[in-house]
Design a protein around this ligand. Structure first.
Ligand SMILES: [Zn+2]
Length: 218
């Protein structure tokens, strides 16, 4: 993909890798669980992995923000018990650590909004692994990225001109527009918004309630 300058958040990409359509929260290595990173003034700036968040925490670069709005340094956080059915446990020497869900950077005050990188994988995620022509659901290897207005006719490689298509629909559409091919689009393609991206990357049903106030504010 050689589309113009796009902010790349490597963590987002790492996240999107194993997510099948409609799976909700994944059973993953707890170190790969998503953590919302807030800047010093509590604005959301990105999603990272628990592994990275724990490094930020351990080094003193960040503090955990819990669901009650309390900030914790690593040492006191480490002593908090893992609540059954509520926290994600990370096994550590001598017990379990409560996997943080939000961290707040101590010094990073800049506000920037992560954008979702335009890639085949992220287009498939946006469309929920659903062919936008026949509405069928497919595994990733069976899906293509289709230029709605074909490239040969000046169609851009952009969020608004790329959709997920199964190989059969992609072949039969060929170098035609959906109108010419008689295959209307299921949904008009749009660039994911930040809050939408959070849903995409974590599975909409599994998004943490603790994140809500910060995503709405952001
Ligand atoms: Zn199809």
């Amino acid at each position: 993909m050689t589309e113009g300058p796009q902010r790349v958040d490597a963590d987002l990409d790492r996240w999107s890798a194993p997510l099948p359509a409609g799976s909700g929260r994944l059973q993953l290595d707890p170190l790969l669980l998503p953590v919302l990173v807030l800047n010093r003034v509590f604005q959301p700036i990105r999603i990272t992995t628990a592994r990275r968040a724990l490094i930020l925490l351990y080094s003193g670069t960040a503090q955990v923000l819990d669901g009650e709005g309390e900030l914790h340094d690593f040492a006191p956080w480490r002593r908090l018990p893992v609540r059954a059915g509520q926290d994600d446990p990370l096994p550590i020497v001598g017990g379990q650590l409560r996997v943080p869900r939000m961290v707040r950077l101590r010094r990073y005050a800049r506000c920037w909004r992560a954008t979702v990188r335009l890639s085949r994988r992220n287009v498939l995620l946006r469309d929920g692994y659903q062919c936008q022509y026949c509405a069928g659901f497919f595994a990733a290897p069976e899906l293509d990225m289709d230029h709605v207005l074909p490239r040969s006719r000046g169609g851009a490689t952009s969020w608004t001109n790329l959709v997920t298509a199964c190989q059969s629909c992609n072949r039969s559409k060929g170098r035609r527009t959906p109108g010419e091919a008689g295959t209307p689009l299921l949904r008009h393609p749009v660039a994911p918004r930040w809050s939408h991206s959070v849903q995409l990357l974590t599975g909409a049903p599994g998004r943490y309630a603790e994140w809500e106030p910060f995503l709405q504010a952001g």
